[in-house]
Design a protein around this ligand. Sequence first.
Ligand SMILES: Nc1ncnc2c1ncn2[C@@H]1O[C@H](COP(=O)(O)OP(=O)(O)O)[C@@H](O)[C@H]1O
Ligand SMILES: [Mg+2]
Length: 575
Amino acid sequence: MYNILLKQLKIKKTIFLLGIFSSLLSTVISLLIPILSKNIIDAVSGKNLSLSSFSNVILLFIFQAAASTVSVVSLSYIGEGIVGGFRIIVWEKIISLRIRYFENNKSGEITSLLVNDTGVIKNFISNKIPSLITSVISLIGAVIILMCIDYKMTLLIFAVFPILLLIVLPMGRKIKHRSQQYQQELSEFTGYANQIISEIKLVKYSNSENYEKKRGTTQLNSLFRIGFNLTKIESLGNSLILLVMTSMLICLLVFGAVRISKQEISTGTLLAFLMYLLQVISPTIIILSFVNQLKSVQGASKRVIDLLELDVEDLSKGQEINIENQPLKFKNVNFEYDYGINVLKDVSFEVQPKHTVAFVGPSGAGKTTIFGLIERFYDLKEGDILFGNHSILDVPIKNLRSQVGYVSQENSLLSGTIYDNLIYGLRFSVSENQCIQALSQSCALEFVNLLPKGIHTNIGEKGTKLSGGEKQRIAIARAFLRSPKILLLDEATANLDSSSEEVVQQALKNLMRERMTLIIAHRLSTVIDADKIIFIENGQITGEGKHLELIKSHSLYKEYVESQFMNVKESQSYS
Ligand SMILES: Nc1ncnc2c1ncn2[C@@H]1O[C@H](COP(=O)(O)OP(=O)(O)O)[C@@H](O)[C@H]1O
Ligand SMILES: [Mg+2]
């Protein structure tokens, strides 16, 4: 992560240098002021004060203020720039992660990582680092001058540094741990809230409002406790540091007074010394609290760092091919989502170009998983999937996915208009006429024309303003526009009532024409029309053939057809 941040830094080198330079300038001036004041005071005591030395000091004050403003502004600009770029990097990373990541993490938690965790880093970089830089510069300058003025008293100051470290280091460890915990809880809460809000209907019809109120409150309270604890540790530490520093100041005052009385130093010298001392104290506090902040950011940013280390999908690696007119082959495919649980076991089958293959089998058998593998949502464990002689592992994922059309029972639509949804992700431009043609092929034009703004009607988040059948037909129209080389239909009409099922079925038939189609069937007529049926149970293929062959040879298939399609007569009349 630090490499990434540093890379961003290089881009804005000039502004960064300006920031550092003006910060140096401002520090040097502020270091000059006590010396000049010393001269004024000694002059007052010697009664030979001149007006010019007085106005010089005021001029320097003005200069210093200007330089320090320039430095703060430019360093913060750098900070903000780095952070902005950093969020973009995190966002791009998230988008390119594999599907598995999104299945294992709640969407709200991922959002929280993108917004909250990077926010912590942002605060740190744009506020804390600039003040650290100026503090270090002024601390070094002040210490050097102090040594020149009076090394004995300066050594006294150094004596307190080990004490300060004893306070700060153990505190830092606690803070790191706590803030990691805080960020974790915050993200869990965001994930939880996100889920409840998006499933609010379920909450309402289950009468679970009170239950969810309590669950949320518990989480928020625990968040409050951790946050409060963190502040307590920090402020306790800061008070201790201040206490040590003040004690040192008093010791120095006494020591200085003794030396004045012995006439070893002048009053002006002691005063200058004390002014420099102030210039040591405040940067020291800033630097020490920076150590704590650093720990806190390390804790909070652990999740971001973990994220940045994850593997991403390489979308363009491999040799592009055209999968049209190539047979699809599964060769001894083994696959598991989670270690040790084999979901597909030694699955082999072949689909000829332009053929339709229906997958039939109990729920949980692994049918959808087969589709996921063709789309390369997941990586195979063993075996191979080929188009012709090309393993899909050697085809760029982007190239592969652009040739595969996927229609499932729950099709995702985005908020926006129908037109937006149709053209989403297309790499070539399509005219409105082409969209209308696609809608007509997918039997959707009729209802779209009835909408107030036709194709430009807004369909709400996830397309909630449309019915299930209508959404499905929009999804099919999208597939038409892409004209995929092969089609994957995953129970595409399963959620529909019979009248809309009929229309969608017709739309699908249009789409399937002249294309290799793999279809997960839940309807007998699809099964009967297929060129081949593959019966799959528990991750294994146990039967393959035409409907009539399977009815004869595969007793489980026969049983399954009879029970699953609930229409014994229909199946018998075909057999
Ligand atoms: N994303 C996933 N992560 C882990 N296990 C999964 C995932 N998707 C499906 N499974 C499991 O894999 C098996 C096959 O699922 P699936 O292919 O969806 O079955 P089908 O489509 O035949 O109903 C099931 O036991 C299911 O629990
Ligand atoms: Mg399924």
